[in-house]
Design a protein around this ligand. Structure first.
Ligand SMILES: Nc1nc2c(ncn2[C@@H]2O[C@H](COP(=O)(O)OP(=O)(O)OP(=O)(O)O)[C@@H](O)[C@H]2O)c(=O)[nH]1
Length: 196
């Protein structure tokens, strides 16, 4: 049996957090910075973990921190930064604001990992680009899209070879819930024991 592609995890934490009003990755949720919940789940996968952030305080989490190679280009810029800083074949891109992710769903997506296909979850009509696998061989194409100003992640997925794993392969779609606002943070805090 041939071994699968080598995968490295990159957690994105370089956004503006304008809806939250303060840096999302470090807001406290159930007593811990939001990104710490994400990292704790991901570490069970036993893959290399990296963070892409523009603030050195992310070094406190104990993983390598890379600054965006191109600023203010959203997750596409974060993805290019990941591609530029890995020797793996595939980057597992994860948003820092998804504290309910599970290793169950990560492993389901990873089963389809490929050196030349993007793998993402499909929930209803919605593709989730920030808990998804991207082949590093798409680096040139990402560079071109960034210089053209085409920064939409779902467009990028649909224009390249991809596998969309439909909902139904896992127990709950709640794992894709992300937290953008103070109200969503309050709700997650209140429902923590039920959701986690
Ligand atoms: N490295 C990096 N990550 C980013 C960038 N923009 C967004 N992200 C990350 O991508 C994920 C989703 O970000 P969004 O919620 O869409 O954007 P945001 O800028 O963080 O927040 P808003 O300003 O409220 O839209 C989060 O984990 C962000 O930290 C960026 O330019 N660089």
């Amino acid at each position: 049996m041939t071994p699968g592609p080598e995968i490295a995890i990159f957690v994105l934490a370089g956004g503006k957090s304008s809806r939250m009003g303060r840096d999302k990755g470090r807001v406290l949720l159930n007593g811990k910075p939001m990104i710490a919940h994400v990292l704790e789940t991901l570490q069970e996968l036993e893959l290399p973990i990296n963070i892409i952030a523009n603030d050195a305080s992310y070094e406190q989490f104990g993983y390598p921190v890379f600054r965006d190679v191109v600023k203010e280009k959203g997750p596409m810029g974060g993805m290019l930064t990941a591609f530029e800083n890995t020797t793996a074949d595939v980057v597992f891109l994860v948003s820092c604001d998804m504290p309910f992710i599970t290793t169950e769903v990560a492993k389901i997506l990873m089963k389809s990992a490929s050196q030349d296909e993007i793998v993402a979850a499909l929930v209803g009509e919605r593709i989730h680009p920030l808990f998804a696998l991207y082949p590093v061989e798409l680096k040139k194409s990402v560079k071109d899209l960034i210089s053209e100003g085409n920064l939409k992640m779902t467009d990028f997925i649909l224009k390249n070879k991809h596998t969309l794993v439909p909902s139904g392969f896992w127990k709950s779609d709640g794992i894709f819930r992300n937290i953008n606002t103070q109200q969503e943070l309050n709700e997650a805090e209140e429902q923590w024991n039920y959701l986690k």
